[in-house]
Design a protein around this ligand. Structure first.
Ligand code: NZQ
Ligand code: ZN
Length: 386
C-alpha cells in the first residue's frame, strides 16, 4: 500500500425526510444563497421542503444552473454573492449545481481579477465560502468531495478545480428524491459512479487489499441495484444503495494508498466540451478503448476485476482481463448507453486531433496511473472510440 493522508470533513445526513434538518446545519443569522438547476426541484417537492426548512433564514435564490455548470451563469451568481453580502451557499441539485456552488465558494474568496484563472491555472482553494448541499441526483460524489468541473461555452472548455477548502460542510442525502429522476439520468448516475471506481481501481496491484475489496463491493452493489432502480426509482431500498454507492465511489476513500488513473475522465471531458454529450456517456465511450489501449499495463487488475466482480473464473489471465472489458461494455449497453462516439455525433472525425492538440497546449505530458499516456496516446484512444 502506498503512503497516504486522509481527511474528509463533510457531514453526511442520510435518510428519509432528512431535508428538514437543514435549519440546524446552517449557522444562525447566515445570509444564504440557495442555488438550484433548471427547475426539477419545483416539480418533485424538494423546493418546498428546502423552503420550509429555511423559513428562519435570510435567503436569496439563484436558479438556472444548467447541466455542465456554465461559467457565464455562475458569474451572475457571484455578483449576487458580492452585492448581497452572502455568507453561506446552499446547493440543491445534482453534480452540476454542487460543482457550480464549489466554484462560487472558491471564487467568492479568490483574490485575483479573473475567476477563470482558478480553472485554467489550476489554483487550489484552501479556504472557500462555506456551503452545504441537498443532493437530488446520485452520480458524481460531488456531495462528499472537494472537486468541481466547470464548463465555458464561449471557448468550449470543461476544466477541473479543487482544494481542501471545497468540501461541503454537510450534505443531505434523502434517497426518496430518486423517484422523480428520468431513466436517462439514473443510467448516467450508474455509469458515472462505476467509472469513478474504475479510475481508482483498474491500475496496477499495490497490495491494497482493503481498497480493492471496497472498490469491488461498490461495483457489485451498483450492478445489483441497477435493474431495480431503473425499473422502479421509487424502490427506497434500491435507491438508498444506489445513492450511497455513488457517494462512496468518489469521497476519497478508494483513492488512498493506491495509484489513480483519471485519464478517461480527462479525455471524456473534452467530448462533453466539444459536443455537449452527457458526462457519463462520454465515459462509456472512452473506457473500453482506454482499457484496450492500456491493456498491458492494466491486465492484472482487469483479470482480478473480471474474476471478483463478474465471476469470470475460466481462462488465462489475459482471457479473463479481456472478458473484464467486454463485461464493462455489456453493462453500459444494458443501461441503454451507447459506447461509440459516432453514436452521438456525425462530426466526430477530427476529434482525435483536437484532443491531442488541447492536451499538448495544456502541457499535459503524461496521464494515467503511470503518467505514460501522452497527448498522442490520448488522440489514439479517442480515435479507437469512433
Ligand atoms: O436542472 P434540473 O432541473 O434540476 O434537472 C437536472 C438536470 O437536468 C436533473 N435532475 C437532478 N435531480 C433530479 C433531476 N430531475 C428529476 N428529479 C431529480 N431528483 O438531472 C439533470 C442532470 O443533472 P446534473 O446535476 O447535470 O447531473 P450529474 O449529477 O450527473 O452532474 C454532472 C456534472 O458533474 C460533473 C460532470 O462533469 C457534470 O458537469 N462531475 C463532477 C464530479 C465531482 N465534482 O466530483 C466528478 C464527475 O466525474 C463529474 O465530472
Ligand atoms: Zn465522472
Amino acid at each position: 500500500m502506498l503512503n497516504f493522508e486522509f481527511q474528509n470533513p463533510t457531514k453526511i445526513i442520510f435518510g428519509k425526510d432528512q431535508i428538514a434538518k437543514l435549519s440546524s446545519e446552517i449557522p444562525e443569522n447566515s445570509k444564504v444563497l440557495m442555488v438550484y438547476g433548471g427547475g426539477s426541484i419545483k416539480k418533485n417537492g424538494v423546493y418546498d421542503q428546502v423552503s420550509d426548512a429555511l423559513k428562519e433564514f435570510d435567503v436569496t435564490e439563484f436558479g438556472g444552473i444548467p447541466a455542465n455548470p456554465e461559467y457565464a451563469v455562475l458569474l451572475e451568481a457571484l455578483e449576487i454573492i458580492k452585492t448581497k453580502d452572502i455568507d453561506f451557499i446552499l446547493a440543491v441539485g445534482g453534480g452540476s449545481v454542487i460543482d457550480g456552488v464549489k466554484f462560487l465558494s472558491g471564487a467568492a474568496t479568490f483574490e485575483g481579477d479573473e475567476p477563470w484563472d482558478i480553472l485554467s491555472k489550476g489554483i487550489r482553494t484552501y479556504k472557500g465560502m462555506p456551503f452545504g448541499a441537498v443532493l437530488t441526483l446520485p452520480a458524481t460524489g460531488s456531495e462528499m468531495n472537494s472537486g468541481s468541473v466547470i464548463t465555458r461555452e464561449e471557448t468550449k472548455e470543461k476544466r477541473v478545480m479543487g482544494g481542501p477548502g471545497l468540501f461541503p460542510k454537510f450534505s443531505i442525502l434523502d434517497p426518496q428524491v430518486v423517484h422523480s429522476i428520468p431513466k436517462r439520468q439514473i443510467a448516467n448516475g450508474l455509469v458515472d459512479s462505476f467509472s469513478h471506481v474504475i479510475e481508482q481501481y483498474l491500475t496496477y496491484p499495490v497490495a491494497a487489499k482493503l481498497q480493492d475489496r471496497i472498490a469491488e463491493s461498490v461495483m457489485q452493489t451498483l450492478i445489483e441495484v441497477a435493474p431495480k432502480v431503473m425499473e422502479n426509482p421509487s424502490d427506497y431500498d434500491a435507491a438508498s444503495d444506489f445513492m450511497w454507492s455513488c457517494t462512496m465511489a468518489l469521497n476519497g476513500l478508494l483513492r488512498v494508498g493506491t495509484p489513480n488513473d483519471w485519464s478517461t475522465h480527462m479525455m471524456a471531458h473534452e467530448l462533453t466540451a466539444l459536443y455537449g454529450i452527457d458526462h457519463a456517456r462520454t465515459l462509456a465511450i472512452i473506457h473500453p478503448s482506454q482499457m484496450k489501449y492500456t491493456f498491458e499495463d492494466k491486465k492484472e487488475k482487469l483479470a482480478q476485476y473480471a474474476q471478483r466482480v463478474w465471476n469470470i473464473t475460466e481462462g488465462t489471465l489475459e482471457e479473463k482481463a479481456k472478458m473484464g472489458i467486454k463485461k464493462t461494455e455489456d453493462y453500459f449497453h444494458s443501461l441503454q448507453i451507447d459506447t461509440k462516439l459516432s453514436d452521438y455525433t456525425d462530426a466526430y472525425e477530427n476529434t482525435s486531433e483536437i484532443v491531442k492538440k488541447r492536451f499538448e497546449e495544456r502541457n499535459w505530458k503524461g496521464l494515467g496511473e503511470r503518467q505514460n499516456i501522452t497527448p498522442e496516446d490520448a488522440g489514439k484512444i479517442v480515435a479507437l472510440s469512433y
